[in-house]
Design a protein around this ligand. Structure first.
Ligand SMILES: Nc1nc2c(c(=O)[nH]1)N[C@H]1C(S)=C(S)[C@@H](COP(=O)(O)O)O[C@H]1N2
Ligand SMILES: [Mo]
Length: 313
């Protein structure tokens, strides 16, 4: 399946990406007769054609078009592989996403290790079309498949002492070349307050575009918290720990004056080195205004009633 981009969707980025894929696919065809593997960056779950994706809607609830599978899976932040967004897909291509286990433990009544395939059986993934707004001021609209994190937390039953949830990414230096960069405090970890974690918008994503979750997008399983900057949406989660204290996070450990624990999308609070008032939607030419809580204000503002969002950035 070599993806074809409808000419209506062509942008310089997409032209570049489709050319690059064409070259790669051509290389595979020249070197091998295995046609099924002719789209190395997309995997077998890519939609048959971006114009006819395996999704129920072509826009989010605000009417903004869903980004192409091509864009979503070839422009990634995943520092365990590389800091080059356009290089993640290639480096992560052979990363094993299945079977995948996630351990849920800490201040809970029933600590358990779950196989993602069992979670998918218990909680059939639903489609959630969410905006993803990176702290670097680019954004996409992504049709995830997944289930609310609250379903898993309900199973393990947090104790009354549990106030926060800590998430940890798998640490596999042999398969993740970026882990050799010693200046990051690996493994990647993130955290949420328990009420944020229990919010219905907070998703454990197991798929994309109606198919599996490819390695570059965070497979086996990843968190998606759409009203927060993208770095909160931690990939390849293997540990979920309920804690009494606010967990440390990779980015606030690395640069505490730039990245706070809350990291709610907020156009009024600039990053120390750039404005957060506008963003570049991948696939668009004009910058667009960034929305408070990334457009989910109505659903989540209540979580922060009475909090100073400048202090708690
Ligand atoms: N483990 C891990 N999770 C991660 C990252 C990372 O480097 N490592 N990058 C984060 C950042 S900065 C963003 S913007 C999103 C990007 O998700 P995407 O590549 O699926 O668009 O993943 C987040 N989750
Ligand atoms: Mo990001």
């Amino acid at each position: 399946m070599i993806p074809k981009i409808p000419s209506s969707e062509i942008t310089p980025k997409q032209v570049y990406l489709s050319r690059r894929d064409f070259i790669k696919a051509a290389g595979v065809l020249a070197g091998s007769a295995v046609l099924a593997a002719c789209a190395p960056d997309l995997g077998e779950n890519a939609p048959s054609a971006p114009g006819d994706p395996a999704i129920s809607a072509k826009t989010d609830e605000l009417g903004d078009p869903v980004n192409s599978y091509q864009d979503i899976t070839n422009y990634n932040n995943y520092y365990e592989f590389t800091t080059d967004k356009e290089g993640v897909a290639r480096l992560a291509k052979d990363f094993q996403t299945s079977p995948w286990d996630v351990e849920v433990y800490g201040l809970v009544k029933n600590p358990r290790k779950f196989a993602v395939e069992d979670l998918i059986k218990s909680f059939p993934p639903e489609e959630r079309i969410y905006r993803l707004r990176c702290v670097e001021a680019w954004s996409m609209v992504i049709p995830w498949m997944g289930f609310p994190l609250s379903k898993v937390l309900d199973l393990v039953e947090p104790t009354s002492d549990a106030k926060y949830v800590r998430f940890e990414t798998v640490f596999k230096p042999d398969e993740m070349p970026g882990l050799k960069q010693p200046w990051y405090p690996w493994p990647y970890q993130e955290g949420l307050r328990l009420d944020e974690a229990m919010h219905d918008l907070t998703l454990l994503a197991t798929g994309l575009y109606g198919g599996e979750l490819p390695p570059q997008s965070g497979g086996g399983i990843r968190l998606v918290v759409p009203w927060k900057y993208g770095f909160k949406s931690i990939k390849a989660v293997v540990k979920i720990e309920l804690t009494a204290e606010q967990p440390r996070t990779l980015w606030s450990d690395t640069a505490p004056n730039e990245y706070g624990f809350y990291a709610n999308v907020n156009p009024q609070v600039d990053h120390p080195r750039w404005s957060q008032a506008t963003e570049r939607r991948i696939g668009e030419f004009q910058r667009r205004d960034t929305l408070m809580f990334n457009g989910y204000e109505e659903q989540v503002a209540g979580l922060y009633a009475g909090m100073d969002l400048r202090k708690n950035y």
